[in-house]
Design a protein around this ligand. Structure first.
Ligand SMILES: Nc1nc2c(ncn2[C@@H]2O[C@H](COP(=O)(O)OP(=O)(O)OP(=O)(O)O)[C@@H](O)[C@H]2O)c(=O)[nH]1
Ligand SMILES: [Mg+2]
Length: 418
């Protein structure tokens, strides 16, 4: 999201966290937890970080391109990596991921560059010290899964254990069997299953399953690897490029892979990842979570009897929610646009209501006797409605009229259930 919005959000959060100190711990605890999640998902965001383990030609560059759906990495034989292994940034139109190619670990005995001070292994370990990968992707050609992979497994363990020792974070391992499209029967297109003979298709899927199970068994034999393993997934990353324009897309199960990665990476990387994945299901999942969190925070703030002037952040948080949902859908909204969206769905009245109710609540605080539950309910349901409307509009591409209806019906449901 935009830098100004993020630093503004950071200010709002700080203010809210400060307010909570004046509130009984029993009330503050829940809100504080939501604020923490909010901060991780929206403020402390950063590109996701992957460590790639895989031999030459296993399809590392192709997998990066498959994730972006765009050509961001050179495919084919690259120059042997002899000197420094470092973190690389790969950027597409929608975002960036940081990547550490750890190929040198398996080629540990390869000659080091004459004038390089460090061996590949040393430089990989130095890079791991600098930053922890969120996840390790282990790539292996489906057609080579039978070949001795013990050195690869040793490399995986060394990376995982090094990271854990330095960062007290154990990176999960995702095993990706690439080139599944080249398994027999070769002519069967996994990416277009509807056009294929069902028996032949099944034969090919069975072969994929055999390879997956074989790899799984290898991991299960080692307690450390078994604990770190997310799953084994056969895929095809194949896309064909001409002058960086895609001329064919034979990707298979990449969406499933993206789903696993999204679920495993820390919150700080999720926003960027959901955006660049272009997967609507991930974007909706994150947007729904954000909506829940912001609604709970708004409800929490409203329920806490604090002076009227301090309550203004509610609108700020709602604007941030809209911006975030627009962002995850691939857009970059200005605050004005986010505000206009609020008006367009008819939420300004809602916001006004929130403020009035909260004002009343703080009066009740001065003259104890009444609860402030109503305002909390309204603040939270208005926010839920705003989030759902923004999801419909920005992610599902529904029209503004539909978004307005969604907001309205959310408000009405909450009125019906006191
Ligand atoms: N059919 C098919 N070909 C693939 C797949 N993944 C990669 N390839 C092809 O395999 C070759 C090597 O792929 P790369 O992505 O360059 O492999 P790499 O691991 O980055 O290779 P190095 O950078 O040399 O280590 C290329 O010709 C790719 O087009 C796949 O899933 N299916
Ligand atoms: Mg490569």
């Amino acid at each position: 999201m935009s830098q100004p919005l993020q630093s503004q959000l950071s200010d709002v959060l700080q203010k809210l966290e400060g307010l909570l100190e004046r509130v009984p711990e029993s009330v503050a605890k829940e809100v504080r937890q939501q604020l923490r999640e909010f901060r991780q998902l929206l403020v402390d965001t950063r590109p996701p970080r992957f460590a790639l383990v895989g031999r030459r030609g296993s399809g590392k560059s192709s997998l990066i391109n498959a994730i972006f759906g765009q050509k961001v990495a050179e495919v084919g034989h690259e120059k042997a990596q002899t000197g420094e292994a470092t973190w690389w940034s790969y950027s597409g139109e929608l975002g960036t991921i940081e990547l550490l190619d750890t190929r040198g670990l398996q080629e540990g005995s390869s000659p080091r560059e004459a004038d390089s001070a460090t061996s590949p292994i040393e430089s990989i370990l130095a890079a791991l010290k600098e930053k922890a990968p969120d996840i390790i992707l282990f790539l292996i050609k489906a057609t080579e899964a039978d070949a001795g992979i013990d050195p690869d497994l040793e490399a995986l363990k060394l990376i995982g254990q090094t990271v854990e020792k330095i960062h007290t974070y154990r990176p999960p391992i995702m095993v990706v069997a690439t080139h599944c499209d080249t398994l027999e029967p070769k002519n069967v297109r996994l990416h277009q299953p509807a056009d294929e003979d069902p028996d032949e298709l099944q034969e090919k899927l069975d072969r994929v399953a055999v390879i997956e199970n074989h790899l799984k068994a290898k991991f299960e034999a080692d307690p450390y690897l078994n604990d770190s393993l997310i799953t084994v997934l056969g895929v095809s990353s194949y896309q064909s490029w001409k002058n960086d324009i895609r001329r064919s897309d034979e990707r298979w199960r990449i969406d499933t892979l993206l789903d696993y990665i999204f679920n495993e990476i820390p919150r700080e990387g999720k926003l960027a990842f959901a955006r660049l994945s272009q997967l609507r299901s991930l974007q909706e999942s994150l947007a729904n979570r954000l909506t829940q969190v912001v609604a709970a925070i708004c409800g929490g703030i409203a329920a806490v009897p604090i002076p009227f002037g301090d309550i203004v952040p509610i609108t700020g948080l709602q604007i941030a929610l809209i911006s975030a949902i627009g962002y995850v859908a691939g857009r970059q909204l200005s605050q004005e646009t986010a505000r206009e969206f609020l008006t367009a769905i008819g939420a300004t009245i809602g916001a006004g209501l929130v403020l009035r109710e909260v004002a009343r609540a703080s009066i009740k605080f001065l003259f104890p006797g009444g609860g402030s539950v109503i305002s909390a309910g309204i603040a939270s349901s208005a926010t839920l409605g705003i989030g759902k409307a923004a999801i419909a509009y920005f992610i599902q591409n529904a029209g503004i009229e539909r978004a307005r209806q969604i907001f309205k019906s959310e408000r009405e449901t909450s009125k019906a259930t006191p």
